[in-house]
Design a protein around this ligand. Sequence first.
Ligand code: EMZ
Length: 387
Amino acid sequence: MEKSELQDPFEEARVNRGYGEMNDQEDPVVMLLRHKDVRKSAHNYKTFMSGATPGRIVVPSEVNIRDTRQVPFEMDPPAHGKFRALVEPWFKRPLQSEYQEQLKEQIYTAIDTVLSKDTVEAVNEFSLPVQSHALTLLLNIPFSEAETWISWGTHVFRSEETALDGDKAAILYDYIDEQIERAIQHPGEDLYSVLLASEVEGRKLTKEEVKGVMILTFAGGRDTVINAVTNSIAYFAEHPESLERLRNEPEIIGNAVEELMRYFSPLTQMGRVVTEDTQVCEHAIKADSRISLCWASANRDASVFEKPNEVVLDRKINPHVSFGFSHHNCLGATHARQIMKTLLTALAEKVDSIDILDYKENIEDLDEFQRKVGYERINVKFNRLMK
Ligand code: EMZ
């Protein structure tokens, strides 16, 4: 098997039953595995809600390590739409050319740095700094602030010891509280200040709501982006011909980004809480239980994607759900896509080949299923393209 391969552990259950089951901290989850069911249920917020107890729609559940509601992620229409409309323009800033120039500078510098080293542990020495530096642009705060976030490691809620580390989470919450106080004292042009100044339904956002947007921004776009970047490195290490192709046909880079996002599915699933007794795939689901929308499985559904387990770099029709689906689709998607586009462009322009030296995979334990989402660590050597 190729080292960069990401297998589909859901196929049999998806085809035969359409759902899987996992016991997440004594609060079971029925995982919807088919593309059609996933999309239909993402749309149906009346039966499958997001506005449950904070942390409960996340799998693994974060109810024991978080009280703050993430905004607008853990809300339902119509309130969801008002908060979403408020933050949406800010999260579209990655479309601006100045933003793209700065991102390009960051990523090209990162590539130059790894090209000058003998070996690089890509997760901690490449993907994490790339993600954190890019986040300074999304928040519109000084570049140097990224050092603090890099020191937290790849995941804000997970530590080496445990998947849900309350002490670690507290570091993020305290940090955000401090930043909110700073922005109140010294308002600037950063996201905290902008949120504190904005209004919804004729009133200012509360500190708790601002905190909710900020936790989402920090947590939601962290390991997901890191996995997408690291998986890209591993993929191109094993497929130098794909890098060559991007060099010769840069016009397919947009398609390639979407296809890699489909193939990687950096976020395996997202939950919902069921509001009324219902059924999916002829399986009865009780009110107040949990389901999940398994993006990673939907993205390999052979009834939608031809050759689902292959990376078809220029795939034309690609209704993948890696950024979710419907009104909750990923707020950070514009930023993430811009990172990926810039990364692929830089790799094609500067890198001849990448050697994988050794690695440890990051495997998610979903009871019935084991899914590789990326790497705990991967040592590589980047080789410069000689022109
Ligand atoms: C939540 C989630 C959002 C959650 C789109 O995903 O990402 C997870 O990584 C976080 O742990 O709190 O933000």
